[in-house]
Ligand binder design. Structure first.
Ligand code: FEO
Length: 672
């Protein structure tokens, strides 16, 4: 029975999403709970030839076929591009081809092999085999193919639409969760609401294949991307760079944050109690803790958080002379998903022969970059008073790693006039042409902004530095009023969010410190940034120079301390590794792109007094973007199948179309 149940949405004028949400699936791949459902994405291109990109899972085939039929609007289906043979995308291929008997499958040779494995139908006459870099034209649109082995299976390939600069990314950049009508990531708060499920999807589905994902990201780095269309989750048409940044971290096994993922397995609550006490000690030291009971929280959620956090604490009781089963399963998952580059603290419990601690350590023996922190804590049935010191010691070590210089929340005492404060010379070794957070305080309010202008200018006592800041920045005015400021030197692990927090909003409109978990101040009472920094300098202004758009402050350094041994983030490092790659979409239009924050001002002219609404920089920081004129390529188009063959002269007499095998008679001159 067919009923009119189609639900489709346009990605572009020519491309329609014809996928289906599945909210009844209990476990994706039979193992990963999906309480928010999942979408199986498929896309139909209406061009001179019609092209369908992938199919869907068998659970939703009926709705899918109705969507395809509706989107085809009575036309034939000429081509099906198969990117991935996992049945959540390929199960319905046979049923689709029986409905559309003229459809040709475009795929690679590994997919051809898997088609034979999965189906008893011989598709040989209907296959068009492509390899890396091959091109295909459906009329207005031309495509090229990028092989992506092990993202997530060996046969996976991506397809790039050269015309719309659109990437069909297969499982890459997918997300758990039904779309619920929202096709584009920017139609909701993706980073607020969906990032956790995107992380759980990535880490559990392709987390094991970080190297292969990195290889594909390198290939994709050369592509201009207006749209990214994955097989699960929303389509990207803006802010893709922010998501790409997450992929770069996840695939290189780089923690997203300095924090602890604490997972425990406890039968009667004694191990849990010790884990709770340790969590409290960590939090008291300023450490963020994400805590899970392995008997309650499915491993896929804990694994995602293990990828997120820099440190792990694993606490498990001994059971059947081994590790308690839920922790054993979790560790099996962490190892099999190739978790690397983490520091792990271990706590075991055992009423007569504790063994889980050493077994947990041994399980990570072959993992790269795993370091154990502190001595193993070994409980005998229950934590005893005299073992609290062991918990304190582990908490101290982790806290020293994560927030190396915890200091009093507020200046402990106001220095007496003329009192000389400690100035650690090591601070000046951390000064580069870097990026810093400039902070000050006026009338009980705290201000801060990002600068890249701090530098030492005199080594005499007291040492002197200069900073300059844009006059339009509120913090610049506040430094003038306060006559003193702090400089926090940022390190290479500083997240882009910190730059957004201090750089892309104004202290006139918002409290930039609202919601931060720290309140660290130097003796002058001014805040500094305790994380992602390696030094703080407290300075008193001794001279001011007007530099037209900026104000130059010359200041004595009155207090300075090293906060960590993190590497200073240079201005170049920020641009190369922290700042998201600019959204290429504006390059379709003429305008001006801010080199500092990526803001795009559309139009052929930029007013002389223009100020970037995000970062307040002036016209000197803007790059004039003029869209490249598309150069037409001469050639011949096949009147049978639409294949375009670039050719500046005559087609050779023995030429045959690689798609439909027709000869030159079937070709006519064309330009693309
Ligand atoms: Fe969504 Fe690897 O399949």
């Amino acid at each position: 029975m067919e009923v009119n149940m189609h639900f489709t949405r346009k990605v572009t004028d020519d491309l329609t999403w014809v996928g289906v949400d599945d909210r009844r699936l209990a476990c994706f791949e039979g193992v990963y709970g999906v309480p928010d459902g999942v979408s199986y994405n498929s896309y139909l291109l209406q061009d001179e030839f019609t092209v369908l990109f992938d199919t869907v899972d068998k659970a939703v085939y009926q709705t899918f076929f109705e969507n395809v039929k509706f989107a085809l609007q009575g036309r034939k289906l000429n081509y099906l591009v198969v990117s991935h043979m996992e049945p959540d995308h390929a199960y319905t291929i046979e049923a689709l081809l029986s409905r559309y008997p003229e459809t040709v499958i475009i795929c690679n040779s590994k997919i051809e092999t898997m088609l034979k494995q999965y189906f008893d139908v011989d598709f040989t006459d209907r296959l068009y085999i492509v390899k890396e870099g091959d091109t295909f034209s459906s009329g207005k649109h031309s495509f090229t193919f990028v092989m992506a082995p092990m993202v997530h299976w060996p046969e996976v390939m991506l397809t790039y639409d050269l015309t719309d600069k659109l990437l069909f990314s297969a499982d890459a950049f997918g997300t758990f969760g039904a779309l619920n009508g929202r096709l584009f990531a920017d139609e909701g708060d993706f980073f607020g609401e969906n990032l956790d499920e995107a992380r759980r999807y990535y880490t559990n589905i392709v987390g094991k294949y970080g190297t292969q994902v990195q290889n594909v990201l390198k290939k994709a780095a050369g592509l201009e991307l207006n749209y990214v269309c994955p097989l699960h989750g929303p389509v990207w048409r803006s802010h893709f760079g922010d998501f790409l940044e997450k992929y770069l971290q996840w695939s290189s096994y780089t923690p997203e944050e300095k924090s602890v993922c604490l997972a425990y397995a406890s039968v009667y609550g004694h191990t849990e109690n010790a884990a709770n006490i340790l969590a409290g000690k960590l939090v008291e030291r300023g450490v963020k803790v994400r805590m899970f009971d392995t008997s309650v929280t499915p491993a896929s959620y804990i694994l995602a958080n293990a990828f997120r956090c820099s440190h792990l604490v694993l606490a498990a009781t001994t059971y059947n002379a081994g590790i308690f089963v839920t922790m054993e399963n979790l560790i099996h998952d962490l190892v099999n998903h190739n978790l690397q580059n983490r520091k792990i603290a271990i706590m075991e419990n055992g009423s007569w022969a504790a063994a889980s601690g050493n077994l947990m350590k041994e399980a990570f023996a072959k993992q790269k970059g795993i370091e154990f922190i502190g001595d193993k804590i070994s409980l005998k049935s229950a934590l005893k008073e005299d073992q609290l010191g062991e918990l304190e010691a582990v908490a101290d070590l982790i806290a020293a790693d994560i927030c190396p210089a915890p200091v009093a929340a507020v200046a402990a005492s106001v220095p007496a006039a003329g009192e000389k404060l400690p100035v650690d010379d090591g601070v000046f070794k951390n000064m580069t042409y870097g990026v810093e957070v400039l902070t000050t305080r006026v009338d009980g309010k705290d201000y801060g902004c990002i600068i890249n202008t701090a530098g030492q200018v005199a080594a005499s006592d007291p040492r002197k530095i200069t900073i300059s800041c844009i006059k339009k920045n509120h913090t610049c005015d506040m430094v003038a009023k306060a006559g003193k400021f702090n400089i926090s030197i940022l390190t290479e692990d500083a997240p882009y969010a910190l730059f957004e927090q201090f750089g892309f909003q104004s202290g006139r409109d918002v409290d930039k410190f609202a919601g931060v978990s720290y309140d660290d101040r130097t003796l002058n009472g001014i805040r500094y940034i305790p994380q992602f920094t390696n030094a703080v300098l407290s300075c008193e202004v001794i001279d001011v120079r007007d530099l037209d758009t900026q104000t130059l402050y010359i200041a004595n350094v009155v207090e300075a301390k090293v906060l960590s041994n993190g590497k200073s983030c240079t201005y170049a490092y920020y641009h190369a590794h922290i700042k998201p790659k600019k959204n290429p979409a504006p390059e379709q239009k003429e305008g001006y792109l801010c080199r500092v924050c990526g803001y795009f001002h559309e139009g052929s002219e930029l007013p002389e007094d223009f100020t970037c609404p995000l970062c307040k920089h002036g016209p000197e920081e803007f790059e004039h973007i003029v869209p490249a004129v598309q150069k037409k390529v001469k050639g011949y188009v096949c009147t049978v199948c639409g294949h375009f063959e670039p050719c500046d002269g005559e087609l050779p007499a023995d030429y045959t179309c690689p798609l439909c095998h027709h000869g030159p008679d079937s070709f006519e001159p064309a330009e693309q």
